[in-house]
Design a protein around this ligand. Sequence first.
Ligand code: NAD
Ligand code: MN
Length: 497
Amino acid sequence: MDSSPSTSTTDHDAVTSGANGSGWEYAPAPETTEVRIEPRYGLFVGGRFVASKGRRRMSTLNPANERELASVVQSNAADVDAAVAAARKAFRKWSRTRPIERGKYLFRIARRIQERARELAVLETMDGGKPIRESRDVDVPLVAQHFFHHAGWCDKLRYAIPGNDDPRPLGVCAQVIPWNFPLLMAAWKIAPALACGNTVVIKPAESTSLTALRLAEIFQECELPDGVVNVITGAGETGRLLVEHKGVDKVAFTGSTEVGKMIARSCAGTSKRVTLELGGKSPNIVFADAAIDQAIEGVVSAIWFNQGHVCCAGSRLFLEESIHDEFVRRLEHRMRKLRVGDPLDKNTDVGAINSRDQLEKINQYLEHGIQEGATMVQCCDRPLPESGFWCRPTFFTGVQPTTRIAREEIFGPVLSVMTFRTPEEAVQRANDTPYGLSAGIWTDKGAKVFELSSRLKAGVVWCNTFNKFDAASPFGGYKESGWGREGGRHGLAAYLA
Ligand code: NAD
Ligand code: MN
């Protein structure tokens, strides 16, 4: 850190419950969780926290109250150079480190993430606005799981790619990640890169830098060799400098389709390998024969999980016509029970919108929806906090397939409801999108699942569930949702030659 006194924040609500189905939690719950936040952060380069070579800084807010949490660096070209040079230097040793030794580091990191899980969850919630129940039960356990999973791969890489008995690392990886799952996206990117013997320069999103910097502390504690992972903060310009840097061998990006296309253009004609995880407008298809109560819960978590800031969110709901009215009535009833508010309260279902910009973008879509003639239904009557960025869970009925709310990624808690008559029509409508990240099918009939899932142009198809993630299962998109896969064996291939 490049400055002295530390502020401390105590969280009372986040700590009482430990209920969890994921099986990856470890730390016993302390009475309260102390989270230290420095007023100013530097960069993590070459194994040390260092000052920027420039002067530009930016603040990161708590979106639930608009208060500044800390000031972080806007890295300039010299900072990017230094980070890439540190990663290059580290690559010489790390790529030759015995695979089983690399695995030990990753196991150690995974354990330390579990030990510091509470703190990471609270910090993630404060900096990004997601409900503590999600950061505690979903994000952080999956972060640890990704390091455990990839730790086990380190000495088994010759089995990762059929036909390649001697896979080699690529070199220095430039990784740029978004603000919706800050720590989880860092783990998705860093763990496979390291397992394969690469080194990393990673840039978190401008509104959510703090957990990536905290992860850097964990790397230090685990004595990960200097320069194997470097964390530089900054906004889009820093990201551009990093992915365009000549010393980079591989670019991994998660974020908007717009920026993804710019990165694809800038890497074209270079020897850089590129993977892109971009936007989505994923269909969630409910048949009349589905278990309706389960389907309602599935629709709720498909669109209102993480305020809808989810690239694979089930944001287009297709209902079989015969159940439309009944389903919508029950969905509204269920939606009205969602609790919107303080992300640190363990009873909160829907937290704060990540930034003012994102809130404005979502509000514009709400207006488009009304102007396009759809009917808007919103929860709830309870007042929202006075400061902070908030959007009530929303769905639109009577949505025409050609309208903006049916076609464009809103990236907020807003669902567009449409109908279909036959399985054929469901597939056709579901695939009628420039995206192809995920899809959901709700039905009692196994044959329908098999028939439809092979015809849906989506990287992940969930059946009678939604938004479930696992380090062993590949994730990625068709069409404008991106290039390549992350996770599992397929994800390793993106970090090996
Ligand atoms: P973004 O794509 O601009 O930002 C994602 C990351 O890319 C951030 O770290 C950002 O600093 C960086 N970045 C921005 N411009 C860059 C450039 N030219 N070169 C390299 N890196 C660059 O996304 P946003 O502006 O934060 O959000 C806009 C929209 O993108 C959202 O409303 C949503 O629709 C979509 N989005 C999708 C995902 C996803 O996971 N698919 C994540 C975030 C945002
Ligand atoms: Mn923030």
